[in-house]
Write a protein that binds this ligand. Structure first.
Ligand code: ATP
Length: 299
């Protein structure tokens, strides 16, 4: 289990992370979200023992994080720190040896992962000759080759095409099945929504929302109703509790302040003709994120 307890980090006078707490259990995928500068990378660096918290404690499997424990962690950093003059094979051997693996074992695993990611032919090519997406695959391989207990992935899907996003997601899901812990950040809420179970949203280092994705969505009051009917949008706008009503392709979208107003909207729609759709949806994580972190995200 990864336990982050009341962690605060200052860079001189600048408060980067403020009293952050969360836990990740084996087999859980956890999202750390926030706009630029929210404190995600700082948190990752503290977990990887590259920075020391000003206050608070971080432990992995009941042991306080220190250099030795980092062998149990695999990470994909935001800076994509590859040694570009090395070949793929040299690179992976270098990192995996640091994590305590024997060369024979590294080579066997490397062949498996290169084939899995469809990049076997690049094994003896220099990193700098590879495309960005393929470099990212190699970095991902260096993060997972030693089968760490905890996988820390800072923006793992940035720059990947949809096929490769799926490939990365499948591997991450497999790690989950094996009981590994996965901590990741992403600015793409649709990726988070696809496979993350628990999350924290940070704003200027402070936790503004935390919990399971399911609970967060259920507890979020605002709902969306998707309607297909010959109904006047202005009649819908007049209903108390309706915050927005607009047309989106063939549907009419009505946003309501909370579920109490579903009935009132239904009464108006019922009177119209050709009602073929009336679907109440929870807010998307993107909507919740925007409402929680405020207008700063939209700048
Ligand atoms: P991004 O999405 O842009 O990567 P982030 O959520 O990872 O952002 P951090 O990089 O952790 O955010 O930054 C949190 C705060 O700490 C910001 O105010 C940033 O300016 C500050 N900060 C980060 N690194 C340093 C550093 N080395 N020295 C001083 N301040 C720093």
């Amino acid at each position: 289990m990864l336990k982050v307890e009341n962690v605060t980090k200052y860079y001189d006078d600048n408060l980067a992370v403020d009293n952050l707490s969360f836990t990740i259990n084996p087999g859980e995928i956890f999202g750390l979200l926030g706009v630029n500068g929210a404190g995600k990378t700082t948190t990752f660096r503290m977990i990887m023992n590259l920075l020391t918290p000003t206050e608070g404690k971080i432990s992995l499997n009941n042991q306080e994080i220190d250099y030795k424990l980092t062998e149990k962690i695999g990470f994909l950093t935001e800076e994509r720190s590859l040694l570009t003059k090395l070949t793929v094979k040299e690179q992976v051997i270098y990192y995996a040896t640091l994590k305590g693996m024997a060369e024979e074992n590294i080579l066997e695993k490397l062949d498996y992962w290169l084939a899995r990611f469809g990049v076997s032919e690049y094994k003896d090519r220099k990193i700098k000759e590879l495309s960005k997406g393929n470099q990212q695959k190699i970095q991902f391989i260096t993060a997972i080759i030693h089968e760490p207990d905890l996988l820390v992935l800072d923006e793992p899907f940035t720059g990947l095409d949809p096929i490769n996003v799926e490939l990365f997601m499948n591997v991450i899901r497999e790690f989950k099945e094996k009981g590994k812990m996965i901590l990741f950040s992403s600015h793409r809420m649709e990726h988070v929504e696809l496979f993350c179970e628990k999350l924290v949203i940070l704003k200027k280092g402070k936790t503004v929302l935390s919990g399971s994705l399911k609970e967060i969505k259920q507890n979020y009051q605002k709902k969306t109703i998707r309607i297909n009917a010959d109904v006047d949008i202005n009649d819908l706008k007049k209903i108390k509790g309706v915050t927005e009503a607009f047309k989106e392709n063939l549907d009419i979208i009505v946003k309501i302040a909370n579920k109490e107003y579903i009935e009132d909207v239904f009464k108006v729609v019922k009177k119209s003709s050709n009602v073929t759709k009336f679907v109440v949806e929870d807010a998307s994580l993107n909507e919740i994120f925007l409402n929680t972190v405020g207008e700063e995200y939209e700048k």
